[in-house]
Each structure stands twice: as structure tokens, then as C-alpha cells.
Design a protein around this ligand. Sequence first.
Ligand code: NAP
Length: 289
Amino acid sequence: MTRPTLGWVGAGRAASGMARALAAHGWHIETVTSRSGESARMLAESVGARATADPAEVSGDLVILAVPDGAIAEAAARLAESPASWVGRAVVHTSGATEIAVLTPLAARGAQIGGLHPAYPFSSDRTLTPSLSGVTFAVEGDADPLRRWLTALVDSLEGRLLTLPPGARPVYHAALVFASNYTITLIGLAARLMESFGASPDAAKGALDSLVAGMVENVRREGAVAALPGPLARVDLGTLTAHMQALRQMNPDAARLYAELARATYPILRARGVSTDRLADIERALVED
Ligand SMILES: NC(=O)c1ccc[n+]([C@@H]2O[C@H](COP(=O)([O-])OP(=O)(O)OC[C@H]3O[C@@H](n4cnc5c(N)ncnc54)[C@H](OP(=O)(O)O)[C@@H]3O)[C@@H](O)[C@H]2O)c1
């Protein structure tokens, strides 16, 4: 297949990481545009493209909008207002949460529209070229040739393609937020609990860093069900009771969250063979004073 040429709108974290990785794999990027212009010039220079401030000059068979979610509609409208022809071209955005319908003004001009969301946290250092090998790209857009173009793009990066059916986007993105954002929320809470008995921030961070790194490695190797350690996995009722009593005294919100997270772990415990009776024992340990 002849590869489509690319145009980028946005030159921030996602655009820089993706465009640099694609350029390193031989993709031809024609133009880059951004809000300020300076970031577009920097990215364009590093990937052999032309920076432009004029939406009418945004070229490329496949135009990738990597602007903040709140700016996608405006950026799409500006592109759609330009006199450039969109027939035979395609436009995707890189948002996980925003519906594809936001690109409708471009579809009305003849472009095929879709989504290409990398499930990957790009660095704030825009000069890095990340390896996106193994990264999942959630793709929406069935029309041909858009679908072939996106598949070729993901394949060339050795990424994994996940097709999003219509309507799945909010649940898909919420799942990523659970796995990524809320893991960080819990690490922050754990650090504050450690500091509450006098551990320094450095000591708390040191303890949690290697714990979390080991946990992530185990989940990667064995999957979530086999990797779960701790009092729930051991059905250690005495430890669960002690945790709940201590947390209720010093931080009732943390106690409530602890119990809810334990309950959210029941499907994993069931998959490990923990019986309904033992789950009832756990439930009692969580609620008893
Ligand atoms: N960051 C990630 O790890 C990540 C991962 C997956 C998906 N995404 C998605 O990628 C998209 C971009 O996120 P990001 O983190 O890369 O944001 P970002 O770092 O803030 O960069 C946004 C870029 O968009 C430009 N921009 C803002 N408004 C614009 C407009 N109206 N027209 C043209 N360009 C405009 C900005 O220009 P200036 O440079 O001039 O400010 C900047 O280059 C979002 O939809 C996000 O959900 C991000």
C-alpha cells in the first residue's frame, strides 16, 4: 500500500511523540500547525515538515488533530472553513474521550473522519522520540481508505490496534483513567498515610516506587488475577480488620475508600477461587467496628 502523507494540527506532547516516532519509521509529514506557531516550527524542523499557521495550508492525505479536547471542534471548524479540498483525504483526532462527531464539519466537506487514540502517556519533553512498540491505539473509522491507513500506521510502529465500536468511547476512556490516573491517586494517598506517622516524603516515595514498579512488572508478566498480593488475596481477616480500625480512627474517608476498593477486588478474588462464604467473611471484616 502507498502510505498516505501526514499533516499535524497540534505540536504538543501527543503530536510530538507520535510525529517523531512516525517520521523515524519513514512516514512523510507534510505540514505541522499549532496555536502559537513556535511549537509547530520546532516539531516541523525535527520531522522534515513545513510549519504553517494558515489552516488552508494544512496538507497531507491524513490530517491528525492532536489538540486539547476542548479545542478539537474549533480546530476542525477552521479546517473545514478553509478552501482546501477534503475529498479523498481523512481527518482523525487523538482524543480518547471526544466523540468522532466533533469532526462532522470536515465530513461535510468530503473528508473521511475517525479517531486514533494512543493509550500511552507522552512525555512533556517534546524532543524525545518514544518507542511506541507494543502500545495500543484505539481506532474508530471504518471507511476505506482511512481504515487501511490507520492499520498501516499502527503496524509500522509495531503497535496494537483496538477497534472502538460506536458508543464505546466513554467506557474505553474511563477504563484507562481507572488504570492510569487513579493508580496515581492511590499512590498519592498511600504517601500521605505514610507521612502521617512521620515518614519523610522521600522515604515514602522510596518505599512506594519499588513496590509499584514490582507490582506493574508482575501484572505485565502474570496478569491481574495471578499478580494480586496482600491480605485480600490471602483472605487474612485479622489484617483487614486492623487496617479498617486504624483508618476509621485517623482518616474515615480513606477507610470508606479502602472498603470500596476491597469490594471492587471481589471479581479478581472469585477468579482466584475464593468462595462466596469467604467473600462474606471479608465483607464482615470490612464493616465490623
Ligand atoms: N498527552 C498524552 O499523553 C496524550 C495521550 C493520548 C492522547 N492524548 C490526546 O492528544 C490531544 C492533545 O493532548 P496533548 O497532551 O498533546 O496536549 P498539549 O501538550 O497541551 O498540546 C496541545 C497542542 O495543541 C495546540 N493547540 C491548542 N489549541 C489549538 C488550536 N485551536 N489550533 C491548533 N493547535 C492548537 C497547542 O499549541 P501550542 O504548542 O502553540 O500551545 C499544542 O501544540 C488530546 O486530545 C489528548 O487527549 C494525549
